[in-house]
Design a binder for this molecule. Structure first.
Ligand SMILES: Nc1ncnc2c1ncn2[C@@H]1O[C@H](COP(=O)(O)OP(=O)(O)OP(=O)(O)O)[C@@H](O)[C@H]1O
Ligand SMILES: [Mg+2]
Length: 596
């Protein structure tokens, strides 16, 4: 819904958002100058119009008074009428030219800002993305970008021109007639603007209520529809409808208040306009009667007054919308100010990777300072070996994987790959070296093959299909009516859990990394599929170092090293045989799983 969510931002607008925009506008300086020239041209033409009209009226008037109608129609007035038509056309033409020329400036600025923010968001750390409101950020970008367009359109095409025009008209009135007319215009414009600003501020509260009611009811309906299945499981359709209607009732009330205050605003504005128009007309009529002015002058003054007040009429609306736009632009630029807590160092070098030995040395880590997750974790994985991490749910296995990928920085200790501390190398080079098959696979809403190719967008078709076969996806794809071009649906929800996992494995293989990390990568597969994939991986085992997180111990008995994690600390480590001989946690778990 338009405007929802500006609510809390409406009152903390500052003009700095305009300053922040400037760099994005400077790309087309020439166009800006041209647009301003067109703007002045259009305004000169529109102010000129009433003057020509006055001349026409006066000519007609004097011709009638002299009683020579034929000459009057044919000669001077005709030329004037043509001039009138031409000036009118010039007014529109300059206006259109200005829009056309300036549109490009606005659109380029919108594109640059949107691109910059998008890039910045992808540079932020995982913690930021986990904390943000779902959908909120993209709404901020969308609103900010359209805010730029609105702001530009109304700054350049409405507010500035209106005031240029008022200035010109006041000067002309002062010059050609008495200072009284200029004074009436001045006082009424000041009163009008002052009243609009004050009344708009006063309405802010009701607008805020309306916006927040709007956004609450839309959040409620989206959330309810997203949880469609849950609603059905618990028979809660009526409950949902009642809750939604409560929000709608708030919204209705807020709209009513808003309409009443709008009535006050519009009424006050109209009163000011009517008073000013009446005052100037009375003055003009008086001047005509006293023969200081012609009928043409009377017409002219009337036309000029109308010319001022028509655009002014929009001012209240424009003022409010502009404040909203600036708040939106501010909110978008605020995204740019968010800093990533995982950053490349100034002189970060690329990771020099050979056979990929991994070393964790006394690693401590916590997501929140109050709750330590990993405590003094130390282990070494020799090049091209397979290390398995096992442990109870919540013991910190996935966390180890995230630290290796540097989604977070360690609190204490160090992680090294081939002897280089991963916090000193560039994130890009580190992540290039590692493929991850995450615990919960989420796919892009695209085709199967596009999702697989995502692992290496430059891969040849042969490589892609080889990865497909290794992940045991070929039989599945062959069954599909659309084959590899089948759409997987939002987040991949049209695939089964096991199929999604296999797509994730295929794209991780396609990346051809030096380090492979599998986080419960085969947990949703049946034993037969799991065996086939494990055998396929076994054949290329020598190509990379692998870290495997698993609950099913039978899949990791062949590991070169098994780490048993208990409450964030390594409680046992060794090979399968060694751990069984040790007769600790691992041996107990092994016995339990075998007895099942
Ligand atoms: N982003 C986060 N913010 C705060 N706490 C987190 C975050 N991610 C994980 N945790 C907590 O850290 C602990 C370890 O989580 P982790 O995902 O590493 O467990 P795990 O060993 O992989 O468990 P599982 O076998 O269930 O996948 C958990 O208690 C979890 O609640
Ligand atoms: Mg996990």
């Amino acid at each position: 819904m338009r405007g929802s969510g500006n609510a809390t931002e409406l009152d903390r607008v500052d003009w700095s958002s305009l300053k922040q925009l400037l760099p994005y506008l400077s790309e087309f300086k020439g166009r800006i100058v041209l647009a301003v020239l067109c703007l002045v041209g259009a305004k000169v033409a529109s102010v000129g119009l009433p003057f020509i009209l006055k001349r026409v009226v006066d000519q007609l008037n004097s011709a009638e008074a002299n009683g020579s109608p034929e000459a009057m129609v044919v000669l001077v007035p005709l030329a004037l009428l043509v001039a009138y038509g031409m000036v009118r056309f010039a007014n529109v033409l300059f206006g259109e030219l200005r829009d056309t020329i300036f549109g490009r400036v606005t659109e380029r600025a919108m594109r640059r800002v949107g691109h910059r923010v998008f890039e910045h968001l992808h540079s932020l750390d995982l913690a930021y993305h986990l904390n943000r409101r779902t959908g909120g950020v993209s709404r901020d970008i969308e609103r900010g970008v359209s805010g730029i367009s609105f702001l530009m359109r109304f700054m350049v095409f409405n507010i500035v021109p209106t005031f240029i025009e008022i200035g010109m008209i006041m000067i002309l009135l002062f010059w050609n007639y008495s200072a009284w007319y200029a004074l009436i215009v001045f006082v009424s414009v000041v009163a009008y603007v002052g009243f609009s600003v004050i009344a708009t501020e006063w309405r802010t509260e009701t607008i805020r209520q309306m916006n927040s009611a709007e956004s609450k009811s839309s959040t409620r309906s989206v959330d309810s529809l997203l949880n469609f299945e849950t609603v059905k499981y618990f028979n809660n359709e009526a409950y949902e409808a009642v809750r939604y209607d409560e929000n709608l009732a708030d919204w209705e009330l807020a709209r009513r208040k808003n309409r009443l205050t709008l009535f006050g605003l519009n009424g006050g504005q109209s009163l000011i306009i009517a008073t000013a128009a009446t005052a100037s007309m009375v003055l003009a009529a008086y001047d005509v009667a006293a023969q200081r002015m012609t009928i043409g002058d009377f017409v002219l003054i009337n036309a000029l007054m109308m010319q001022i007040f028509v655009p002014l009429n929009f001012l209240g609306f424009v003022y409010r919308e502009m404040k909203g736009s600036m708040a939106n632009i501010d909110a978008m630029f605020a995204l740019l100010k968010v800093d990533s807590s995982v950053k490349d160092q100034h002189d970060a070098q690329a990771l020099v990777i050979g056979d990929a030995a991994i070393e964790f040395e006394n690693v401590d880590f916590s997501y929140q300072p109050e709750r330590p997750i990993l405590r003094g974790v130390s282990f070494t994985v020799a090049p091209k070996q397979k290390v398995a991490i096992v442990g109870s749910s919540g013991s910190g296995k996935s966390t180890i994987m995230k630290l290796l990928f540097r989604f977070y920085d360690v609190t204490a200790g160090a992680i090294r790959i081939d002897g280089q501390d991963i916090s000193n190398v560039s994130q890009q080079s580190l992540r290039q070296a590692i493929s991850v098959v995450p615990q919960d696979t989420v796919l892009f809403n695209a085709t199967i093959i596009e999702n697989i190719r995502y692992g290496n967008v430059d891969a040849s078709d042969d490589d892609v299909w080889q990865a497909v076969r290794m992940a045991y996806l070929d039989d599945f794809i062959a069954q599909l009516p659309d084959g590899e071009h089948t759409q997987v649906g939002e987040r991949g929800l049209k695939l089964s859990g096991g199929e999604k996992q296999r797509v994730a494995i295929a794209r991780a293989i396609l990346k051809r990394p030096r380090i492979m990390v599998f986080d419960e990568a085969t947990s949703s597969l049946d034993s037969r599929a799991e065996q086939r994939i494990l055998q396929a991986m076994e054949r290329v085992r020598g190509a990379y170092t692998s870290v495997v997180i698993a609950h099913r111990l039978s899949t990791i008995v062949d590991s070169d090293l098994i780490l048993v994690l208990d409450q964030g600390a390594v409680s046992e480590q060794g090979t399968h045989a060694q751990l069984l001989a040790h007769n600790g946690l691992y041996a107990a778990a092994w016995k339990l799983q075998n007895s099942e």
